[in-house]
Design a protein around this ligand. Structure first.
Ligand code: TRP
Length: 327
């Protein structure tokens, strides 16, 4: 058994970059029998930047629905909200007291944000320690993350090691897993798909919006009949990502110049719409049944909490703390 764990921050509707970068790999890991998966919504992390409470709630719900529709099989994964498990923030404190200040000063996320002139709160500074707590509380072995989170997982490993060294074997040392082959998903303009660049294609956009977005994918401007180069075409990249079985034929048509970008995009739209059809139905069903969603989250929280509390108790005892008078 390998214990896999990852967290996602939901900052709005999931897009294709989220899907190919995180969700699809998370699903494949879940499909492997020998894996035990812990997937959670990292909602506490989002408070490091200012949040409107109503928008926060909406984003959180939409993240939960997206993951339930696209990834989670509740029989195979523990799915929960970070904020449901008190142990994360308590372990953050114990770990903070072992964390050298200089280690946090080297965190890219903090350095990048402050370099951009963003106001740095202490939460942003200790963000990697909370993330370490998220990971090591569950003895996670493998942490699938995007490239930008690699350093944070290394810090979690450092802190677990430090703790073990100091107090004896307590935590498993986690390792990050980066999806090498799909590291950068192109956005509408060909640059990395990211909400902050405004070049995203949302997975559950309505039919009209999705079509419009796909039709607006940037392509080269060519004269009619000029041969097109499939290797450098953004639209072709998506055909490949989605595993369109007609890729070879499309490539031939490109080279022969007997298909236009418009046709290629229309085919892509049909393919994408169909690709997510089942998930769309599942999502709609869940969205209309809030009690069921709450129930799923409650069950996940229960399972996660049992593990987290047991580990936290061990940590407390290592510091010399007695079991709590109040539970
Ligand atoms: N910081 C991660 C991100 O922004 C989300 C996250 C929080 C996470 N805790 C985690 C990822 C623990 C993996 C493991 O994407």
């Amino acid at each position: 058994m390998t214990r896999i764990l990852t967290g996602m921050q939901s900052s709005g509707n999931s897009h294709l970059g989220n899907y190919f970068g995180m969700m699809k790999p998370a699903k494949s890991l879940q499909d492997e029998r020998e894996n035990e998966c812990f997937y959670f919504v990292a909602d506490l992390h989002s408070f490091t930047s200012k949040q409107d409470p109503e928008l926060f709630r909406q984003n959180q719900l939409s993240g939960v629905l997206d993951w339930l529709a696209l990834v989670i099989d509740t029989d195979r994964s523990v799915f929960y909200r970070q904020s449901d498990i008190r142990a994360h923030t308590e372990l953050l404190w114990y770990l903070s007291c072992l964390t050298p200040f200089g280690l946090m000063e080297r965190a890219h996320s903090y350095k990048d944000k402050t370099a951009k002139g963003l106001e740095a709160n202490v939460g942003l500074f200790t963000y990697p320690i909370l993330m370490a707590a998220d990971i090591i509380l569950y003895d996670a072995e493998v942490v699938p993350v995007g490239k930008d989170q690699k350093q944070h997982v290394e810090m979690a490993r450092d802190l677990a090691q430090k703790f073990n060294h100091h107090f004896g074997e307590t935590f498993v040392l986690p390792e990050s897993q980066i999806q090498e082959e799909v590291q950068t998903i192109p956005g509408l303009d060909g640059a990395k798909m990211s909400k902050s660049y405004g070049n995203t294609i949302e997975i559950f956009a309505d039919e009209k919006t999705l079509k419009k977005k796909i039709m607006s994918i940037k392509t080269e401007s060519l004269e009619l009949g000029e041969p097109m180069v499939p290797e450098t075409c953004n639209v072709m990249q998506y055909h490949r990502l989605f595993g369109n079985p007609n890729v070879a034929q499309l490539e031939n048509n490109y080279r022969a110049g007997n298909i236009g970008f418009g046709d290629s995009k229309k085919q892509l739209f049909e393919f994408v719409w169909e690709y997510f059809a089942e998930a769309r139905v599942k999502r709609e069903k869940l969205a209309s049944d809030p009690a069921e969603v709450e129930n799923i989250l409650k069950n996940g929280a229960q399972s996660a909490n049992n593990i987290a509390e047991a580990k936290l108790e061990l940590v407390r005892s290592k510091f010399g703390l007695s079991p709590r008078h109040l539970v």
